[in-house]
Write a protein that binds this ligand. Structure first.
Ligand code: MN
Length: 285
């Protein structure tokens, strides 16, 4: 079966040493193989400590992020782009420092609602920056995942075909599509999105989230069809559960994702339920 991951925000709102220890331990206890650590502020992560804690518990660490408006590589402003490249390079250092091999998320633009489409100049800046990021990542054996998100969280990639077009432009073997069924459920048909990414040989990472980002199976996502497509295309990569509640708050991320209510209070119960739910779907024949 695929390696199963869980997003750190199920456990903790930040990533202090104590939070890191709690998140890694809880990830292992709930039966997951991978902890996805948000690297919105890469400098704040204690790399050596995180690496040691992960190794102690036999958990693998990967990172994801969304860029801020003041370090958006899809900006027409060269200074803003430069800051974005710095942020991405720092996140890459975290991934390699903790022994990981994947950096995903909205690495190509700011995470948030735009009020206009990306400009041609901004798009050119983004492609150039992503080519440099991919080359640096390749040197460290890291795969870059371009997470396709809904229209309220980026104006660049809202569908898998858009991601595949961008990947063709970047033209690097280690840049893959990062599919998130929560976003896909808003913008496209999730099972079709999986088939499109897989047919291009670019399905690299998968996020599992319910339509309201709470308990799996209590919203409108057709998980039967989605997991059916993952099994049909023979996807063997990571499948990572993502859920957000005001019960565990990272103001940085929760506010930008529009997490305004408590969808759950007990992260451990939520995680156990998600592990069983995902396993049952992935092992169905
Ligand atoms: Mn996601």
């Amino acid at each position: 079966m695929n390696p199963l991951g869980i997003h750190a925000l199920v456990w903790v709102g930040g990533f202090s040493r104590e939070e890191c220890e709690y998140a890694v331990q809880s990830t292992r206890q709930a039966g997951f193989d991978i902890l996805e650590i948000p690297a919105l502020d890469p400098e704040a992560i204690d790399i050596a400590h995180t690496r040691a804690v992960l190794a102690d518990h036999g958990v693998k660490g990967v990172c994801s992020l969304g860029l801020d408006p003041d370090c958006d590589i899809s900006s027409p402003d060269a200074e803003v782009v430069r800051r974005g490249e710095e942020r991405l390079a720092a996140a890459l250092s975290v991934v390699s420092g903790i022994g990981g091999d994947f950096l995903g998320g909205v690495v190509y633009s700011a995470l948030g609602k735009y009020n206009a489409p990306v400009t041609p100049e901004g798009r050119r800046n983004m492609v150039t920056a992503l080519r440099r990021l991919a080359a640096r990542a390749a040197d460290a054996g890291i795969t870059i995942g371009l997470e396709v998100v809904n229209r309220y969280e980026s104006n660049v990639l809202n569908t898998v075909p858009q991601a595949l077009e961008l990947i063709e432009e970047i033209d690097a073997p280690n840049v893959m599509v990062h599919v998130d069924v929560y976003h896909s459920n808003i913008e496209e048909v999730p099972a079709t999105a999986v088939r499109q990414a897989a047919a291009a040989g670019r399905l690299g990472y998968v996020h599992i989230g319910e339509s309201h980002r709470g308990y799996l199976g209590t919203g409108t996502v057709d998980f039967g069809a989605f997991f059916g497509a993952l099994r049909e295309v023979g996807y063997t990569g990571p499948v990572t559960f993502e859920s957000f509640s005001r019960a565990v708050v990272s103001p940085q991320l929760s506010n930008r994702l529009g997490v305004w209510r408590d969808l759950w209070a007990d992260g451990a119960d939520l995680a156990r339920h998600a592990h069983a739910f995902i396993t049952s779907h992935l092992t169905r024949s």
